[in-house]
Design a protein. Structure first.
Length: 281
């Protein structure tokens, strides 16, 4: 979800950057607090909902959901021990500790070990889970109760990336599709979009500059003298990869989905090109 500069990045990984984000930008991704709240409210959860966040990160989505639903209980899963510890600590500070349980590990290992949920959140993790369709069909949908909903976040190309952008991200153009392709994949996996948000340029800029600032403060204020140069060089490369190619090329959309039986997803998917639209008959 973050452009990771390749070529000589050494010890720097996405998680190193994420772990340095502070309370000014807890969402790991290009979302404002307003966007997070709007999409959670859009789910219109009933009384005493149960919520699962796969890849919960620092807990931005699930902890806000628990605040909006004082009778809700939530479970978060993330492979990062550091992320889980910070999410748990934040939950305690916000008075949510008794209603939030977090686990460190691979989501596939926890598949089927919990009760059914009213809302499953999975934002920016489909690639790591084997792809959008596989994640929807085999991991996310089995966790839902009847009538449950999904919040799914997916990257896409705003425009075809040039070679410099591909090198900066370390992925080929074929790795992502365009926005329309995201909808195709989601509907093929039996998800019916009922609401969606495309991250705005402002949301992207606020997120990326939060990452750049965190790296700059690390290099200038906290790092030992022998590491300052490599950290600041990485910060500058990371910043310029964003400004000179990734910005305006990589997009992100978050969709609220109702799961459908696959036979019904055929009826709610794309109309074949050869089929006349109803108003053309």
């Amino acid at each position: 979800m973050i452009p990771e500069v390749t070529g000589g990045s050494g010890p720097f990984t996405d998680e190193v950057i994420w772990n340095r984000l502070d309370g000014t930008h807890l969402p790991i991704g290009p979302f404002s607090d307003t966007t997070v709240e709007r999409l959670i409210r859009s789910a219109r959860l009933g009384p005493s909902p149960r919520i699962l966040d796969i890849g919960c990160g620092l807990g931005a989505w699930i902890l806000r959901a628990l605040e909006l639903h004082p009778d809700a209980r939530g479970v978060g899963i993330d492979v990062s021990q550091g992320h889980v510890e910070r999410a748990v600590a934040d939950a305690e500070c916000r008075g949510l500790g008794e209603r939030f349980t977090a686990h460190v590990g691979d989501a596939w290992e926890f598949n089927g070990r919990f009760d059914e949920f009213d809302l499953v959140i999975c934002v920016g993790l489909s690639d790591a889970l084997g792809g959008t369709g596989k994640a929807l069909r085999e991991l996310i949908r089995p966790q839902l109760r009847d009538g449950g909903l999904i919040l799914l976040g997916e990257p896409f190309w705003e425009r075809t990336p040039d070679e410099a952008t591909e090198r900066a991200l370390g992925i080929p153009a074929e790795y992502h599709t365009d926005l329309d392709g995201v909808y195709d994949m989601v509907m093929a996996g039996g998800g019916l979009p009922i609401d969606a948000h495309v991250s705005t340029p402002t949301e992207w800029d606020e997120y990326m500059w939060a990452c750049v600032r965190a790296l700059a403060e690390w290099g200038l204020d906290e790092a030992p003298p022998e590491r300052k140069a490599e950290i600041l060089r990485f910060m500058a490369d990371y910043r310029d990869a964003w400004l000179r190619g990734v910005r305006g090329t990589l997009g992100f959309t978050t969709l609220l989905l109702r799961p459908l039986p696959l036979q019904l997803s055929v009826l709610t998917g794309r109309r074949p090109g050869w089929a006349a639209a109803p108003w053309m008959r």
